[in-house]
Design a binder for this molecule. Structure first.
Ligand code: NDP
Length: 434
């Protein structure tokens, strides 16, 4: 059984774990409250809390209602059914630290198309009005907060009692096990991969569904959709479409191949993605800014370019790995480092590290266009309020931390070869600066 390792010092790890566990749930509620009921103004919410104290905060926390549970249950059951039943190519994931190779069914694009077509058809045919989701958003987030916490407890117990593979184990500390997770690839039965469900089919899919919901809500409220909302919705949908187009590639990334299924990743995908990631759109519902055609198109073009570059970085790395370096990178043979490492079972394996193309500019250049894309789908809100920009700021901190975690992990995995890579490609994220 593999042991869980933490990359930060124990003190930082505990402090960040405990503060995230206790602060994230109330933050989600305050964010929703401010966006929907306090005009997006942090000052207004602050004044309210100053006046009414803790009891005031308890009063604004919506109770999870039956309709909220029903919406979540129908959505989750629909997504789980699509994940299990839609056809898809058999795809092998990367070799795990224990030497296992998980197998997936790549049906993400089909699930994405079926979900959006079904949702829009239900609206069009008058069977279900997406505005209901917006009107019960607080209750839905509240239900998600409690439901996902219970789900993470289930993951913890499953990790102890019935792990799905040898890529699992306890570090002996209950809080770290709960927070970072115990299993790398938990499954129900042989085929239902829990992380594909939480991260992709529930979390990322909810992003697209809520983006459409916000747009429809503004239309039903005002009889039209402002160009700022259109730019925001289109960019978020392009981003999520890119995600599902590349979903099998996502199964090779840190989230799936390295981070275990615990509170950090699963609660994040089940609650944080639907609430925080979609928050610029949530704000725009009640703030229909008119940008004018030229500005709207310029922001749209800049956002699409950023999403394309981010996609191309991921594509370049994966194409390079898939072809074993026998591909062209920016029209030339790639430069590379052949790095060997040992798996936890003691086997020696090799990986190729790409040192040209996007991956020669900096070691995590792909985070630059990721942050820019988020900025471009937020900037239609202009600068009256700070809160719509929370996601961009959060993402920047997350990705800078992630780059450090990834560097540390790769350094301990590849040793001298990683050092060589760092000498060749000196900057971590922003070429010439950091
Ligand atoms: P990746 O997993 O794609 O890349 C990191 C891994 O790639 C490393 O762990 C290493 O794995 C391998 N690697 C590192 N350097 C090289 C190299 N030079 N050549 C070949 N392989 C290399 O990173 P992320 O998971 O962080 O990002 C994937 C995508 O997800 C990005 O588009 C990112 O922007 C996006 N993302 C979005 C987030 C959001 O919240 N919106 C959060 C995080 C990511 P190995 O062990 O195989 O060598």
């Amino acid at each position: 059984m593999a042991e869980t390792k933490t990359v930060h010092s124990p003190l930082v790890t505990y402090a960040s774990m405990l503060s995230l566990l206790s602060l994230c749930p109330p933050f989600v509620i305050l964010l929703w409250y401010t966006m929907v009921h306090a005009d997006g103004s942090v000052c207004q919410t602050w004044d309210y809390l100053k006046q009414h104290g803790l009891q005031g905060f308890i009063n604004i926390w919506p109770r999870p209602t039956a309709i909220a549970w029903k919406i979540i249950a129908c959505y989750a059951a629909f997504e789980a059914a699509l994940q299990l039943l839609l056809p898809g190519k058999r795809v092998e994931g990367p070799v795990s630290p224990e030497g296992n190779r998980p197998v997936y069914k790549a049906n993400g694009v089909a699930a994405y198309v079926v979900t959006l077509v079904t949702y829009l058809s239900l609206w069009w045919l008058g069977i279900f009005d997406p505005s209901i989701v917006y009107d019960h958003l607080g209750e839905i987030f509240s239900a998600l907060i409690f439901g996902s916490f219970i789900f993470c407890v289930f993951l913890y117990i499953k990790g102890h009692l019935a792990p799905s593979s040898t890529d699992s184990g306890s570090c002996g500390n209950i809080i770290i096990d709960f927070y970072w997770g115990m299993e790398l690839y938990p499954r129900i039965g042989k085929n239902f991969d829990i992380k594909v469900f939480t991260n992709c089919r529930f979390g990322m899919m909810s992003w697209a569904v809520l983006a459409v919901t916000y747009c429809i809500k503004q239309y039903e409220q005002n009889g039209k959709v402002a160009d700022s909302m259109l730019v925001n919705t289109i960019l978020m949908l392009v981003y999520v479409t890119k995600f599902f187009w590349w979903e099998a590639g996502y199964w090779n990334t840190m989230d799936i191949a390295h981070d275990r299924a615990g509170f950090y990743i699963c609660w994040g995908c089940l609650v944080w993605v639907p609430s925080v990631y979609t928050s610029p759109g949530m704000y725009l519902v009640n703030h229909p800014v008119n940008l004018g055609l030229q500005l709207a198109l310029s922001i749209l073009a800049a956002g699409i370019l950023s999403i394309y570059i981010n996609y191309d970085c991921d594509r370049q790395r994966q194409e390079f790995r898939r072809t074993n370096g026998k591909c062209l990178v920016w029209g030339k043979a790639p430069s590379k480092i052949v790095a060997s490492y040992k798996t936890t079972s003691g086997e020696t394996k090799t990986s190729l590290l790409l040192t040209s193309g996007w991956w020669g500019l900096s070691r995590h250049f792909h985070y630059v266009p990721e942050i820019l894309a988020a900025f471009f789908w937020t900037v239609p809100a202009l600068f009256n309020h700070f809160l719509p920009y929370f996601y961009v700021i959060f993402l920047t901190i997350l990705l800078f931390d992630r780059a450090k975690r990834d560097d540390d992990r790769c350094r301990s995995k590849y040793g001298k070869y990683w050092k060589l890579y760092c000498e060749k490609v000196r900057y971590r994220i922003v070429p010439g600066i950091y």
